[in-house]
Design a protein around this ligand. Structure first.
Ligand code: XIL
Length: 368
């Protein structure tokens, strides 16, 4: 169903004058370009990608793709605590400011990712939190970062990856914050964030909600339970980020499961964003066309399912091109493969910044 041919895509381009009426940051006079942002916009949604300013500055083709296809950028690393404050009190805002300036100059939005994440908490802060159990460290972190970007960022992933169905306590990951402040750290973090950015939409962002297996079933249940509790307590929780790191070894993808989960979240009056979409391949040794078709089919089915839920406001991929994908560090690359074929192909553009099947399928799904 999601094998979109190039001919069909060109058909889409012919219809583009309608879309070109929609403001689009990179629209150069009269040129009609394939654009994921425009496709999403035509459907009342937004499309974006994770980005790094060093890569955008170094690579004109990546920069052009970002401008063509994105209405919104998520800093892949620049806003994380260990990037911003590698040593206590010594801040480096340059990369985050650089990306924020790039976004502003080109009319793109920025997602705030992320304030509290165990994996991006600097060691010095982890040690201090464990030792002093002093919330003022969190207060200072939020108070330094959030007001600085107040006019640029209106949506924050306040807590990243709090759910742990396997080793957690009561379903919550036993991270530094949980250990120091107890399960209530999530509500406190939302309240704290609300004080520093009263107008922003505050979210919890997590992974592992996508497939029909016992672990992810538990994770969906625990996420819903947490969101329900926070809403009941009156916490300023505005939405849930569903990371959607898809994985072909976990399939088959069952639309009903994701549909029901999103519907249940929406029922709690929460906005939903698909925040980190990409696909981990299962068999990198298959012919490239087969690999690309498999990735595209998964993405098409997923995005179609997600967008059937009106509370889903946007789709963000975790990067645009395979060459920059964090998944390269997560997949085993068979030694029999040479060159770019060794790379996981789970993003819209290949390593040469050529759009591939996932691009066309994503665009089609965003349009319909
Ligand atoms: C990843 C980045 O892509 C890497 O470059 C970085 O080293 C580690 O973090 N879930 C998240 C993202 O919420 O922040 C992670 O990003 C990927 C998993």
């Amino acid at each position: 169903m999601f094998q979109i041919s190039r001919r069909r895509f060109l058909g889409g381009m012919i219809a583009a004058p309608v879309l070109s009426a929609i403001p689009f940051p990179s629209a150069e006079s009269g040129t009609v370009q394939p654009s994921l942002a425009r496709a999403a916009h035509s459907n009342g949604r937004f499309f974006g990608a994770a980005a790094r300013i060093d890569q955008i500055d170094a690579e004109p083709a990546l920069r052009a793709a970002m401008l063509r296809d994105c209405a919104c950028l998520t800093p892949e690393i620049h806003l994380k605590w260990d990037s911003l404050e590698p040593a206590p009190g010594q801040h480096d805002f340059a990369p985050a400011d650089g990306l924020a300036d790039f976004a502003k100059a080109n009319g793109l939005k920025l997602r705030g990712h992320t304030l509290l994440w165990e994996q991006s908490t600097p060691d010095w802060a982890r040690r201090a939190i464990a030792r002093d159990k002093d919330w003022s460290l969190i207060e200072r972190h939020f108070g330094t970062v959030m007001p600085r970007y107040r006019s640029r960022i209106d949506e924050w992933d306040v807590v990243n990856e709090p759910i742990d169905s396997e080793h957690g306590r009561g379903g919550l990951r036993r991270n530094s914050f949980f250990r120091a402040f107890g399960p209530d750290y999530i509500r406190r973090a939302l309240d704290e964030a609300h004080r520093h950015a009263p107008g922003a939409l505050l979210m919890i962002n997590d992974y592992g909600f996508d497939y029909d297996n016992p672990v992810e079933e538990d994770r969906r249940r625990l996420m819903l339970r947490l969101a329900e509790r926070l809403k009941r307590e009156g916490a300023p929780l505005g939405g849930i980020g569903v990371q959607a790191h898809l994985d072909l070894s976990k399939g088959p993808f069952k639309p009903r499961i994701v549909r029901d989960f999103l519907r249940d979240l929406a029922g709690l009056d929460l906005r939903i964003v698909i925040t980190e979409l990409d696909v981990k391949e299962q068999d990198l040794t298959a012919p490239i066309e087969v690999r690309d078709a498999r990735v595209a089919a998964e993405v098409g089915a997923y995005v179609e399912t997600a967008l059937a839920e009106p509370a889903v406001k946007g789709i963000v991929t975790w990067g645009l091109s395979d060459r920059h994908s964090w998944l390269q560090d997560q997949v085993e690359q068979p030694s029999s493969l040479k060159g770019p074929a060794r790379l996981n192909r789970g993003l819209p553009y290949d390593s040469k910044l050529e759009p591939k099947a996932m691009y066309w399928t994503l665009r089609e799904a965003l349009l319909t």
